[in-house]
Ligand binder design. Structure first.
Ligand SMILES: O=C(O)[C@H](O)COP(=O)(O)O
Length: 206
């Protein structure tokens, strides 16, 4: 019984590099992002991982990251399910703005609250709580059954859709999640108990 869930944030995107709020916008990966994705795949391969199914978002940076990981793993034909529920948090009116320009306009504190707080949404966008309200039910209904059936499941998604998932899996509070960052291309491995609680968590850092 593997009951293993692996979460990977996409590699660096063009807009990560340009320091722009991205959300549901759809830039591709940079060369560095491609390398991060391949590296994540190599690390998983070195760890002996072989996946039964993969899940990703409707955004190309996560999909490409998944493809590159699967190439490294020798699993290019793996069944893959794409769903909008795993998309990045919608950054609303901030999408496309430079993060430093936003700090100048609205102040460091306000921008930090929009980026990292649990329940304060950016203007016209989703809070982490809103993001969790679509990610968590999707996890429960679509992803978790595959894990509990004994599978090894790969999820390639985004900084904030994964923060929402990690918050629930790790049982973090709204205050604790503020300090939680998800690095690009670094696999987070969860082994689950039969009752769906977390038995073990491991971060596969380089
Ligand atoms: O959507 C974005 O801009 C990034 O992918 C994540 O942004 P954050 O670091 O502001 O959460």
């Amino acid at each position: 019984m593997s009951r293993t869930l692996v979460l990977v944030r996409h590699g660096q995107s063009e807009w990560n590099l340009k320091n722009l709020f991205t959300g549901w916008k759809d830039p591709g990966l940079t060369d560095k992002g491609v390398e991060e994705a391949k590296d994540a795949g190599r690390r998983l391969k070195a760890g002996g991982f072989s996946f039964d199914i993969a899940f990703t978002s409707e955004l190309s940076r996560a999909q490409r990251t998944l493809t590159l990981m699967l190439e490294e793993l020798g699993q290019t034909g793996l069944e893959t399910i794409r769903d909008v529920a795993l998309n990045e948090r919608d950054y609303g009116d901030l999408s496309g703005l430079n993060k430093d320009d936003a700090r100048e306009k609205w102040g460091e504190e306000q921008v930090h609250v929009w980026r990292r707080s649990y329940d304060t949404p950016p203007p016209g966008g989703e809070s982490l709580k809103d993001t969790g309200a679509r990610v968590w039910p999707y996890y429960i209904h679509d992803i978790l059954p595959k894990v509990l059936a004994g599978g090894t499941v790969l999820v390639a998604a985004h900084g904030n859709s994964l923060r929402a998932l990690v918050m629930a899996l790790d049982g973090l509070t709204g205050e604790e999640i503020v300090g939680q960052e998800i690095a690009t291309g670094v696999p987070i491995v969860y082994r689950l108990n039969a009752d769906s609680t977390v038995a073990e968590k491991q971060v596969l850092e380089g």
